[in-house]
Structure formats: C-alpha cells, structure tokens
Design a protein around this ligand. Structure first.
Ligand SMILES: Cc1ncc(COP(=O)(O)O)c(C=O)c1O
Length: 318
C-alpha cells in the first residue's frame, strides 16, 4: 500500500478534530452517541472540505496552478472553503456555480463577498457545461489552472476522509457505527474505505441528501481511492450502508432535518445545518428509533460543518 502520508498534502486545517460524547442526546435516543467535530476543522467556518482540499490543492500547487476552479450549488460550502484555502495559499479561486439555490448575498455568498472571491453563475443543470466553461475561461486567462470537481469528490479528495478514519483509529473510543452526510460522495467513500483499512468492525452509514446514484458513486470512489493507495481491497455492498434522507430535494430543508437541527441546538448547543448535517442527523435518529443500534454499541456522528447554509435558508416553513 502506498502510505497515505506519501501523498503530497498541504496543512490547511487543525487536526485531529475533537471527538466527544453527546450526553443528553445519548439519554434521549437510548444509544451511546458521540460526535466528531469536523465542523471545527479550522478554516473558514470549518467543515469536511478542508480535509479534501489538503490533498487536492497540494496536487494543484505541484502542477504549478495559479488559478483554482470549482463548482457546486449557489450556497456550496465546498466552493466557499476552496476560496478560503486558495486565498490562504496565494492562489486565485474562481467559482462557477450552478444557478441553483439561494444566490442572494447571504450565507456562503456573503462569505465569498467578504473574501473578494470571483463568483460566476451558470444557468445549467449539467456539470459538464460548467467544466467546459472552466476550460474556456482558464484558456482565455492564459494562466495555469486546476479544476476541482463538485464537492471535491474524486479519488484524491476522498483520501481526506480515508485519513480521517486513520485519525479516528488513533482516538478513543472505538465505534461500531459511523454516520455522515453524503452529498457528492467523497466523505462517505473515504470513511467507508478508511474504516475497511483502519477500523475493522466499524460500519459506515451515508445519509444521502441529494438524488444522485450513490449506490454506484460510493463503491466507485472507494475503488478508485483504494487504487490510488495501491491497496487491493474487494469492495462489496457490505462495506457501506446508504439511506435516503433527501426529503423534498437537495438544499430544500425537510421537516425531519429541521427538527434534528433544533434538537442538537437545544440539547447540546451545537449547530447543524438544514442541507447536510441536519438531514444526516435525522437519519441517525430514525435508525436509533428503528433499533438499528444495539445498547452495547457506540455510534459516532461526523459533523461535517455547513454553518453557512444555516444563515441562507429559511427553516421557519418547516
Ligand atoms: C456541510 C457538508 N456536509 C456534508 C457534505 C457532503 O460531503 P460529500 O460532498 O463529500 O458527500 C457537504 C458537501 O457536499 C457539506 O458541505
């Protein structure tokens, strides 16, 4: 296996992120519940993308890129964090976002304004149009550029969450279940592969908050990331578990997700978001209510951040 620490990696975040118990919610849900605070990764407002960007931007730097393109919805946390990281590294970020979601100057749009980020919107539903536009623009700028896919979810980006599983293997305690949001797939795929490599016996559950075919995306990203590591592993459907928590649609708050955001805020003083982590935590609550976790098992919720969305979306309707 090509060791993870052989990959070029920049230091952009504060790791390891804390792991702590959620006492009140453990009592309420009847499970031993813990949280990994990847909302505290130390760049921007924190969040999961920092781990992926440490690998992706290392490759960009190594290739001599001066401009970094990425994409997502109008309130993409990934795009905002890419801009924050690029600013810190002295690179120029250009965000070409889908005209989907809240484009007003609130939430992540506001943060991008504060950082002086160049943001463009493309009225398309197809990311292929956006990647073409990146090439057109990159060539017209005449500067070396690097394209990061939506959510940073390719094999290289997924290594960030393989590394997170490695980090968890050095933290206490051990967990029987890990639950995270799945939006573009890299976090879940990285954790599931990482669990296979570093956390035997731990099952990873991805809470799908978009409608993409994650039953294809997850194992494909796991295989590609394993290939990058030179690791020969058989990926089967036993290696991951998926649950549809999208509700009314991507980036449209759901009643269950909003209730989960409120519950975490009221009981533990921790803020989830209505697009990713609220829906993911609602999935964990549903699993607890269905008896999916035995009383002697430990469950870890990975808080992947997303605070920007909390200030952009109207949760009052639900
Ligand atoms: C806050 C937050 N949580 C979870 C996710 C999902 O991670 P991934 O895109 O790797 O599936 C994202 C991004 O899409 C996110 O911004």
């Amino acid at each position: 296996m090509r060791q993870l620490n052989e990959f070029p990696r920049l230091s952009l975040g504060l790791f390891p992120t804390p792991v702590h118990r959620l006492e009140k919610l453990s009592r309420l849900l009847g499970v031993e519940l813990w949280i990994k605070r990847d909302d505290l990764t130390g760049l921007g407002l924190g969040g999961n993308k920092v781990r992926k960007l440490e690998f992706l931007l290392a490759e960009a730097k190594a290739q001599g890129a001066e401009v970094v393109f990425t994409t997502g919805g109008a309130q993409s946390n990934h795009a905002m964090l890419t801009a924050a990281a690029a600013n810190r590294l002295g690179m120029k970020a250009i965000l070409i976002l889908k005209k989907r979601g809240v484009t007003a100057c609130v939430g992540n749009q506001l943060l991008e304004r504060l950082m002086g980020t160049e943001v463009r919107f493309l009225d398309t539903d197809d990311y292929a149009d956006i990647y073409d536009e990146m090439d057109r623009l990159g060539q017209s700028l005449g500067l070396p550029y690097y394209k990061i896919p939506c959510g940073g979810s390719n094999a290289l980006g997924s290594l960030g969450y393989v590394a997170c599983a490695g980090e968890l293997s050095e933290q206490k305690p051990r967990f029987d279940h890990i639950v995270c949001a799945e939006g573009s797939g890299g976090t879940m795929a990285g954790l599931a592969l990482g669990a296979k490599l570093f956390l035997p016996g731990t099952k990873v559950h991805g809470m799908m908050v978009d409608t993409d075919p994650f039953d294809e995306i997850t194992p494909r990203l796991m295989r590609e990331a394993a290939e990058l590591l030179g690791e020969k592993v058989d990926i089967t459907s036993d290696d991951y578990d998926l649950r549809d928590m999208c509700g009314p649609g991507y980036a449209i708050p759901s009643a269950e997700g909003n209730a989960a955001v409120r519950l975490m805020a009221e009981r533990e003083g921790i803020f989830l978001d209505p697009v990713y982590t609220g829906k993911a935590f609602a999935g964990l609550i549903a699993m607890a209510q269905e008896g999916a976790f035995r009383p002697d098992e430990r469950v870890l919720f990975v808080h992947t951040g997303g605070a920007g969305g909390l200030f952009a979306l109207d949760m009052e309707e639900n």
